[in-house]
Design a protein around this ligand. Structure first.
Ligand SMILES: *Cc1c(COP(=O)(O)O)cnc(C)c1O
Length: 367
């Protein structure tokens, strides 16, 4: 048996004809730049995420850059974020000229530890960028309380958390701006790159719309310097069709997670993911903390079971951030996680037989 980490063949097989039909409409009109499917998809995401405004762009990374620019964050400003995340989170803060200020994560949820944020706030701090890692929202009530108290902007990096909830609110709609990524392996993946900003502020939405087209309004007149970062019409067409399946896909991921929770609970060498009582995860990843991680990974790969380390190097130790002068001990939990996490297959189309094979494979390794 083969169990990939993600199976796009299985995901696309039942919907490919519908996607091609929607794309064929674009090939009739040739409206490649901000065609009708873009607006249609933005509106559909507004409904799905229960938010006033959705502004499509070219990637989840660009969505973060646009959010930072829209909030006026740049040269010399400080933005507080987590070192245990995909690179783009801190990379975009640096890219706009600001300084990523890391705060360690919690060992159980792997998300930003709100109790450690206030000690990092300085007069230069402009924002907080929590990440809803692996599909579980960070503790947004505590983060928003700190942000309001210190008058800071909040950008939710919700690349991995489309449709997740925190205390009844949809992830990505709680802060000033939330972002989405439609990278192919995200829960809602494009056939290439795409991203989006979410906000309940009409003013920020209008600014984002301008910033994604070089900050122009009206055409050829520029109040700000933005990017060329539109959501491609063909990607919007595919995403529009795929969004219909997302509620079912999310439900299946949750069922798969429950199955692992039941059947891996008795393995002492494994710590299962912990979901905060106020959080509802969409399980973009199912990430364990394990003993002898590299041994287990080699064992599973030999059995043709897909698994991966998200993420092997805490961001404060990346070569490009040497100028921040961090040592490993600065964020010990992030470093410990980078050494013992392992993500195993959780995708919607995973069969029970495949999941049993993963569970047996893990148990065999430790016996
Ligand atoms: C995927 C991801 C991004 C970037 O999204 P792209 O669409 O690949 O640019 C940003 N942040 C996090 C946490 C991600 O997982």
């Amino acid at each position: 048996m083969r169990v990939p980490l993600l199976d796009l063949h299985a995901q696309y097989a039942p919907i490919m004809d519908d996607i091609k039909a929607e794309m064929d409409k674009v090939f009739v009109t040739h409206a490649y730049k901000l065609g009708p499917q873009v607006k249609e998809f933005e509106t559909a995401i507004q409904d799905y995420c229960n938010v006033q405004h959705a502004v499509g762009c070219a990637s989840g990374t660009d969505a973060l850059v646009l959010a930072l620019l829209a909030l006026g964050i740049g040269e010399g400003d400080e933005v507080i974020t987590t070192p245990f995340t995909f690179f783009a989170t801190a990379g975009t803060i640096h890219r706009v000229g600001a300084i990523p200020v890391f705060v360690d994560v919690k060992p159980d949820t792997y998300n930003l530890d709100p109790t450690k944020i206030e000690e990092k706030i300085t007069p230069k701090t402009k924002g907080i960028m929590p990440v809803h890692l692996f599909g579980q929202p960070a503790e947004m009530d505590a983060i928003m309380a700190i942000a309001r108290k210190h008058n800071l902007s909040v950008i939710e990096d919700n690349a991995q958390g489309i449709g997740a909830k925190y205390d009844g609110q949809t992830a990505g709609t709680i802060g000033d701006i939330g972002t989405l990524s439609f990278f192919p392996s995200k829960n809602l993946g494009a056939m290439g790159d795409a991203g989006m900003c979410l906000t309940n502020s009409a003013e920020l939405a209008a600014k984002l719309v301008q910033l994604r087209q070089h900050g122009e309004n009206p055409q050829y007149y520029h109040r700000w310097v933005g990017l060329n970062s539109r959501l491609d019409t063909l990607q919007a067409a595919a995403l529009l069709i795929k969004l219909r399946s997302l509620p079912r896909w999310t439900e299946q991921r949750r069922e798969n997670a429950n199955y692992y929770f039941q059947h891996l609970a008795d393995v002492p060498q494994i710590t299962l993911p912990y979901i905060h009582p106020k959080a509802q995860s969409i399980f973009n990843q199912f990430t364990l903390r394990v003993e002898n991680r590299d041994g287990l990974m080699a064992h599973l790969r030999a059995l043709d079971i897909g698994c991966a380390v998200y993420y092997p190097l805490s961001l404060h130790l990346q070569e490009c951030f040497q100028y921040l002068n961090h040592s490993p001990e600065d964020f010990p939990i992030s470093v410990a996680l980078s050494q013992d996490v392992l993500s195993i297959p959780i995708y919607s189309e995973l069969s029970r037989e495949q999941q049993d094979f993963v569970i047996e494979g893990i148990k065999k390794f430790y016996n």
